[in-house]
Design a protein around this ligand. Structure first.
Ligand SMILES: Nc1ncnc2c1ncn2[C@@H]1O[C@H](COP(=O)(O)OP(=O)(O)OP(=O)(O)O)[C@@H](O)[C@H]1O
Length: 295
């Protein structure tokens, strides 16, 4: 059986007796893109910092590439992009990428990195004058400078416009096809829904979900059915197939695990139902539902 490239085993962490992470365990396999989700303050950045040996945990072990000890050479095989971009004054985009390359024995070429950052026209610009989104793109290129195998990205697309985000995810997909592995936190859940093969959800200090989006859908309700109707909610509330519901004006939204069963129950009312929409439950809605604890 394939060996994981990362084992996180019963990691716990407190800050000043305040427990942040409780017995977190999971594995990553080569070529996966895994999304790490959780509300603000859930402990995502703390977990990434522990895995990448930037801070220590109180309990548990992290095994990278099958080894318990974190060795100097592991700096070559992992890439870490933290939330806060760095800013050295009087250093240009080109100089920062060239500098990053010098830390590694087998770096990506400068040409690949400047294309990755999409900053060719800005290569002689001081990095302190870059916009927030441009700075994130530069940080990503610096993260990839050493041609790492396993990459941790903490809110990588924060501040990027939609065009930059689109190209960013295309690049992630390109590197995944080369066998690279990613653990990514983001608040743009819809984007991760399209690209992540697996989700990890941190809630109330614990890892409450570790599985595919399809498994999450089964866990939390599969389909979202919405329509407009002048009928009162009492006309629908007895449906046995409803998992949860909400109403905005005259538009009803229902979640169900049994789409066919719901439609059968809706048939007697169809003449009073308009603009019917049936779609898979989005990750965003599932995630909010799970975080509210009403799944
Ligand atoms: N050095 C520290 N000292 C004390 N508390 C800390 C420290 N670092 C983080 N925390 C606290 O630990 C908790 C988890 O923080 P963390 O940054 O890991 O969350 P997060 O899930 O990454 O949040 P966000 O989505 O907002 O980035 C927060 O309550 C934070 O205030």
């Amino acid at each position: 059986m394939e060996q994981p490239i990362l084992n996180v085993n019963t990691i716990s962490k407190s800050y000043k007796h305040n427990l942040i992470l409780n017995n977190i365990s999971f594995e990553l396999y080569k070529g996966e893109i895994v999304a790490l989700l959780g509300e603000n303050g859930a402990g995502k950045s703390t977990l990434i910092s522990i895995i990448t040996h930037l801070i220590s945990s109180d309990n548990g072990q992290v095994k990278l590439f099958g080894k318990n000890a974190f060795e100097k050479s592991d700096r070559e095989t992992i890439g870490v992009m933290l939330q806060h971009s760095f800013s050295l004054s009087k250093v240009t985009v080109k100089e920062s990428l060239m500098l990053a390359r010098t830390y590694y024995s087998n770096p990506l070429s400068y040409e690949e990195l400047i294309i990755l950052a999409d900053l060719k026209e800005k290569e002689d610009t001081f990095i302190t004058t870059l916009s927030g989104g441009q700075n994130r793109r530069l940080s990503f290129a610096i993260t990839m400078a050493g041609n790492p195998e396993l990459i941790f990205l903490d809110e990588p697309t924060a501040g990027m416009d939609s065009h930059a985000r689109y190209h960013f995810w295309k690049k992630i997909s390109y590197y995944q096809k080369q066998g690279k592995t990613f653990l990514i936190t983001s608040h743009y859940l819809e984007e991760l829904e399209a690209i992540a093969s697996r989700l990890l959800i941190l809630k109330d200090k614990n890892l409450t979900f570790n599985g595919s989006i399809e498994q999450l859908r089964k866990h939390a309700g599969q389909t979202e059915i919405s329509f407009n109707s002048e009928l009162p909610f009492t006309s629908f509330k007895t449906f046995s197939t409803i998992v949860s519901h909400s109403v905005t004006g005259t538009r009803y939204h229902f979640l169900t695990n049994d789409t066919n069963g719901f439609i059968k129950e809706l048939v007697p009312h169809l003449t009073d139902v308009h603009n019917l929409s049936i779609k898979p439950h989005s990750l965003e809605t599932l995630f909010n539902q799970l975080n509210k604890g009403d799944n």
